[in-house]
Design a protein. Structure first.
Length: 299
């Protein structure tokens, strides 16, 4: 069984005529007839009723016609992918993002890439704290989208472009605050649990940023768990502003206004790549899109 035979089978089934299939495929009618006979012999079934003026599929032929369409579709996909690769297009690009970034802000950009390069997979790798930068530094990601520190800027090894600003807001639940009337300092919360996000990279060197000495802590590895624990009164801590808008609105969370710590931290996110890295055509297009991208007004 050959793909060429399946193609002939498809045309004959859809046109109902050897002569019409012959014209469409630019083959002689005897060649079309021979191809169908060879396919029937290989499959061991009769594909067409030949008693009428127009060729019609047998019951078995109707079933195998659907299978033939799937096989031909897979073959076309394989040829398209081969063409995509041989033209220099990457099979995949990895974008490591710091998890506090609001991905909804770049959905239009990603949708454009999806339409333009449907055969290149975009791998979105969500990391925490220094994890996204580490993935880039170790060449486990093509780009990273993350806040930057002064040390990274001073090295001069990376190209970066500012994309958006974001906030981590210090919050607690009404239940927790009810246990501390007149709360004014973080020192008064030392016996409550601060919910702390673990670094998926090694940049923190086991340091707990924003944690006071002697503070009780619980550690989690994602913002969803952290948010759930804080909303249930199990502790307090900082959460991305875009993730808690509704909770603040309905009163499930309340911003902590303390004299000895910031109620919110504001920082900029950058799209970052190695200066020395040679980008493929798809990665270069994505980089160019990021450099000229304007965030949606709703962001």
């Amino acid at each position: 069984m050959k793909l060429e035979q399946l193609t002939v089978f498809q045309y004959v089934a859809e046109l109902g005529s050897l002569s019409k299939a012959s014209i469409a495929l630019h083959k002689t009618q005897p060649a079309i007839s021979q191809s169908i006979k060879q396919l029937e012999a290989a499959l061991g079934v009769v594909l067409f009723n030949r008693s009428g003026y127009r060729l019609t599929l047998t019951v078995e032929g109707k079933v195998l016609y659907q299978h033939a369409l799937r096989v031909l579709g897979e073959a076309r996909t394989m040829r398209d992918m081969a063409l995509h690769i041989t033209s220099g297009h990457e099979t995949s690009i990895t974008l490591a993002t710091e998890a506090s970034f609001n991905l909804k802000q770049i959905i239009p950009l990603l949708a454009t890439m999806q339409r333009e390069f449907p055969d290149t997979q975009i791998v979105l790798r969500q990391e925490y704290l220094t994890g996204a930068l580490e993935a880039l530094q170790q060449h486990d990601a093509t780009f990273c989208l993350s806040p930057v520190n002064s040390d990274l800027v001073q090295r001069g090894q990376f190209d970066m472009h500012a994309i958006a600003s974001g906030q981590l807001v210090n919050v607690a639940s009404p239940q927790l605050l009810a246990r501390h009337p007149g709360l004014t300092t973080s020192a008064q919360l030392i016996n409550e649990y601060q919910i702390v996000l673990q670094d998926s990279g090694k940049g923190s060197l086991d340091q707990n940023w924003g944690v006071q000495d002697g503070q009780r802590c619980w550690y989690v590895n994602d913002f969803a768990t952290k948010k759930m624990l804080i909303e249930e009164g199990m502790g307090w801590g900082k959460l991305p502003g875009h993730q808690i808008k509704e909770s603040l609105k309905v009163g499930k969370l309340i911003t902590l206004m303390l004299s000895d710590t910031d109620s919110a931290l504001t920082f900029d996110y950058y799209i970052i790549k190695h200066k020395s890295q040679l980008l493929g055509p798809v990665a270069q297009r994505l980089w160019d899109y990021f450099k000229t991208y304007t965030l949606p007004a709703s962001s």
